[in-house]
Design a protein around this ligand. Structure first.
Ligand SMILES: CC(C)(COP(=O)(O)OP(=O)(O)OC[C@H]1O[C@@H](n2cnc3c(N)ncnc32)[C@H](O)[C@@H]1OP(=O)(O)O)[C@@H](O)C(=O)NCCC(=O)NCCS
Length: 194
C-alpha cells in the first residue's frame, strides 16, 4: 500500500511518499534510476552533476518513495519550465512545429520519475507524480519520455498527458522522445493501493 504524508500506516511494509533531499541522497536516487532505466557508471557521474544543478533551480522540488527502513525505492523531481533551460530549448522547435509551444510557458516540468523494478506496478510512480504536481503552482505539466509504448507512456496517458510532439531528438540520446503535456491537477485517483 501507499500512504501519503498525514495518513496512517496500514501495513508494516508501507511505502511512504514524501519530500526528498535530493542533493543529500543523489547517489541513492541515481542507483534507483540505474536499476529502473539503465545507466552506465559514466552516465551516473554525468547525471550527478546535472541533478545537483537542477535541484538548485528556483522552484525545483523532489519527492521520494521510501520503505519503513528509509530505503529509497522511487523518486520524482521537477521544476517550473524556463525557456532558457537546455531541455526547453531542445523541445521548443518540435513543439512550435505542432503549434504547441505555448505549453512551455507556465508549466511544471517532470524531469525524472523512476521506481525500482521490484516496487513497480504498485501505484508508487502514480503516487509520486500526482503528489508533486498537486502542489505545483502552474496550471499544466510537461515532460518527455522515450517515444515507445512503455509503462511510463501508459502511466502518463492514464493521468491525462497527451502527445505534444513526437520523434524529438536530444543530442545526448540515441532514441527519439515524445513530449507530453497535461492540465493540472492530473486526472485519476490521488491515492492508489497495490
Ligand atoms: C514509469 C514508472 C516510473 C512507473 O512507475 P510504477 O510505480 O511502476 O507505476 P504505477 O504502478 O504507479 O502505475 C502503473 C500504471 O503504469 C501503466 N503501466 C504499468 N505497466 C505498464 C505496461 N506494461 N504497459 C502499459 N502501461 C503500463 C499503467 O497505466 C498503470 O496504471 P494502472 O495501475 O491503472 O494499470 C516505472 O515503470 C519505471 O521506473 N520505469 C523505468 C524508468 C522510466 O521509464 N521512467 C520514466 C522515464 S520518462
Amino acid at each position: 500500500m501507499l500512504r501519503f504524508p498525514g495518513s496512517e500506516p496500514r501495513t508494516p511494509d508501507d511505502i511512504v511518499v514524501g519530500p526528498l533531499d535530493l542533493a543529500a541522497r543523489v547517489d541513492e536516487a541515481l542507483a534507483v534510476q540505474a536499476h529502473a532505466f539503465g545507466l552506465s557508471d559514466e552516465e551516473i557521474e554525468v547525471r550527478r552533476h546535472i541533478v545537483l544543478r537542477h535541484i538548485a533551480v528556483p522552484g525545483a522540488r523532489a519527492l521520494g518513495a521510501t520503505t519503513p527502513e528509509n530505503r529509497l525505492v522511487g523518486f520524482v523531481y521537477g521544476m517550473p519550465n524556463d525557456r532558457v533551460h537546455w531541455w526547453s530549448t531542445v523541445v521548443q522547435p518540435y513543439l512550435r512545429r505542432e503549434h504547441n509551444d505555448g505549453w512551455l510557458d507556465d508549466s511544471f516540468v517532470i524531469t525524472e520519475l523512476h521506481v525500482r523494478p521490484g516496487y513497480q506496478n504498485r501505484g508508487v510512480g502514480r503516487g509520486l507524480i500526482t503528489t508533486i504536481t498537486d502542489t505545483a503552482r502552474e496550471p499544466q505539466s510537461i515532460l518527455s519520455a522515450i517515444d515507445t509504448d512503455s509503462p511510463a507512456r501508459g502511466l502518463y496517458r492514464s493521468l491525462g498527458y497527451t502527445d505534444l510532439a513526437r520523434k524529438v531528438l536530444f543530442p545526448s540520446a540515441p532514441m527519439p522522445y515524445a513530449v507530453m503535456g497535461a492540465p493540472l491537477p492530473l486526472r485519476g485517483p490521488r491515492q492508489v493501493e497495490a
